[in-house]
Design a protein around this ligand. Structure first.
Ligand code: AMP
Length: 281
């Protein structure tokens, strides 16, 4: 496995792959890798000849400085994991390398960033899009893989990739969960032991909401989720929305032809956990 730090080195690597008719798959991460990330690597390996993974904690997408400061950093363990998965190249740029050059791309996320994460994390999606665009520009993969755990992020990446005519195919990968249902996340390691045990309630509550969906009014389901989560000591619901899976617009009724999903963010102590569930069959 090759570790590269410069954009030009990655671009050269991909150019050589393309000259040799090799398909290049790409997975962008912020490190502190877990099985969720590794499932993206496995999807990429299945479809491609070469897999490139980036590890870059992007300061621009953290609207909360303390979240950035405490974000887990486990580079040497990450490299060992990636090597064990057969990843070919790891791109580990620093902030200067990533942002030294100008890129005046204008993004328009339409309705997609006016809801949920876009409201609660101002500037997050613009920061995320800036780095993903820069990563696409230097890695130039045929296909890039993103997790459905960050469903709104995935929708926004699909939109700007299409709007800007970037020659990258975007694939969404299903959420990987712990045995008790908690969505795997780098932030889970920041939970205290008792918080980690209690956090299984998030997915359990989403599953119960799915049982109620289409049988009870939307408001009743939302109220159920709110009171269930807020009754758990140390837990605070930031939002639970029922929205369509395409434009992510919240709805107050079940009468829509578009598939519906439930989107949740819970604050557990100081840690912010995100998850979602498909409600329509
Ligand atoms: P992050 O390192 O948190 O920026 O995540 C990097 C990529 O891994 C993103 O596309 C995430 O959506 C994806 N990812 C993170 N956790 C999971 C998970 N539990 N299941 C599937 N994909 C995930």
């Amino acid at each position: 496995m090759i570790v590269l730090k410069q954009k030009q080195e990655v671009s050269n690597y991909t150019a050589t792959c393309k000259l040799n008719n090799k398909k290049v798959g790409f997975v962008a991460t912020m490190g502190a890798l877990h099985q969720g990330h590794l499932s993206l690597i496995q999807f990429a390996k299945k479809d491609n000849d070469v897999v490139i993974c980036s590890i870059f904690i992007n300061p621009l997408q953290f609207n909360d400085k303390s979240d950035f400061d405490k974000y887990p950093k486990t580079l040497s363990a990450d490299l060992t994991l990636l090597e064990s998965q057969g990843c070919d190249v790891v791109f580990v740029p620093d902030v200067e390398e990533m942002y030294a050059s100008e890129d005046a791309t204008q993004f328009d996320f339409g309705k997609l960033d006016k809801v949920m994460e876009g409201v609660f994390r101002p500037g997050h999606f613009l920061g995320m899009a800036k780095v993903v665009k820069r990563l696409f520009d230097c890695v130039q993969p045929h296909t890039a893989y993103f997790g459905e755990k960050d469903f709104q992020q995935l929708a926004i990446i699909r939109k700007f990739t299409a709007d800007l005519h970037l020659p990258v195919r975007i694939i969404g990968v299903p959420i990987m969960r712990e045995m008790d249902g908690l969505a795997m996340s780098s932030r889970n390691t920041l939970l205290l032991a008792n918080e980690r045990v209690a956090a299984a309630a998030i997915y359990k509550t989403l599953q119960e909401a799915k049982q109620m969906a289409f049988k009870y009014p939307v408001d009743a389901v939302k109220q159920f989720v709110l009171s269930t989560i807020n009754h758990i000591p140390g837990f605070a619901l930031e939002y639970f929305e029922i929205a369509d899976a395409e434009e992510l617009q919240p709805t107050n009724n079940w009468n829509t032809v578009k598939p519906l999903m439930g989107f949740i963010v819970v604050r557990v102590g100081t840690v912010r956990l995100i998850d979602n569930i498909r409600l329509s069959n």
